[in-house]
Ligand binder design. Structure first.
Ligand SMILES: C[S@@+](CC[C@H](N)C(=O)[O-])C[C@H]1O[C@@H](n2cnc3c(N)ncnc32)[C@H](O)[C@@H]1O
Ligand SMILES: Nc1nc2[nH]cc(C(=O)O)c2c(=O)[nH]1
Ligand code: SF4
Ligand SMILES: [Mg+2]
Length: 222
């Protein structure tokens, strides 16, 4: 299966439970969710005129919406060609669950990589059993999509972006009746805003949830 890839790079996982883990990020192109504060707006549209060769994607930093088709074998070959050391692959986007990721994650696992998804939960999650699934639920965004119960059920980690108390109330409503056994709940301040960070800290302490700050932004790395 072919996937539209916006960028492939090696860095340190900056968010969530796996913070600090050296990781290869594969950012897929395309997202219809429409979060007003999205870090990666360049991945929203998959414009045909922005298609480039796989080599060109490896040479750019993904800050523009260029993308190329890759299959799992070509991605694995790119990891080798780039001499990446990390053995953990994070599939993000854009919205990676626009695509069936089963074959890709299984191929990565077979090649010795652990895998993780970063998803909004607005599409069914299709991936290998071994994949760590981080759902960052998107509620009442412009695209009008809703969070799929299957995605919440499959989540290993629920990492909610927050800036106001309304975001906490929306998360509470979403999680009502969801069995959280074995799942980690994190709050992630939106765009490092001081108010958002204070709200996340205070709520995490009150609820015994995890705090996820975007450490890569503080470190000024990708
Ligand atoms: C860019 S999204 C891509 C994956 C997927 N579309 C999703 O939303 O989970 C990756 C992560 O960044 C988070 N994120 C995006 N923009 C952010 C911002 N301005 N502040 C905090 N977190 C943000 C998302 O909530 C998500 O957890
Ligand atoms: N360092 C780093 N960690 C991240 N964790 C999730 C990211 C994402 O954009 O999905 C991200 C990212 O873009 N960079
Ligand atoms: S779902 Fe993810 S990629 Fe899509 S707009 Fe929201 S944060 Fe950005
Ligand atoms: Mg990011």
């Amino acid at each position: 299966m072919l996937y539209p890839v916006n960028e492939v790079f090696e860095t340190i996982q900056g968010e969530g439970v796996n913070t600090g883990l050296p990781s290869i990020f594969v950012r897929l192109q395309g997202c219809p969710v429409g979060c007003p504060w999205c870090d990666t707006r360049q991945t929203w549209e998959q414009f045909p005129e922005n298609e480039v060769t796989p080599e060109q994607v490896l040479q750019t930093d993904g800050s523009v919406g260029r993308w190329a088709w890759y299959n799992s074998a070509a991605l694995l070959a790119a990891f080798t060609a780039q001499a990446f050391s990390a053995k953990h692959v994070v599939l993000t986007g854009g919205e990676p669950c626009l695509f069936d990721l089963t074959e890709l994650t299984q191929a990565l696992n077979r090649a010795g990589y652990s895998t993780q998804l970063e998803t909004s939960g607005t599409f069914e999650v299709k991936c290998s059993e071994a994949t760590w699934v981080t759902v960052s639920p998107k509620i009442a965004m412009k695209g009008g999509l809703t969070v799929k119960p299957q995605a919440l059920k499959r989540a290993n980690e629920i990492k909610h972006p927050v800036a106001t108390s309304t975001h906490i109330e929306q998360l509470d409503a979403l999680l009502e009746g969801v069995d959280l056994t074995g799942k980690v709940v994190c709050l992630q301040p939106i765009s490092q805003k001081p108010h958002a960070t204070a709200l996340a800290i205070n709520t995490c302490i009150a609820r015994n949830w995890r705090l996820s700050v975007q450490t890569h932004k503080y470190l000024q790395i990708d």
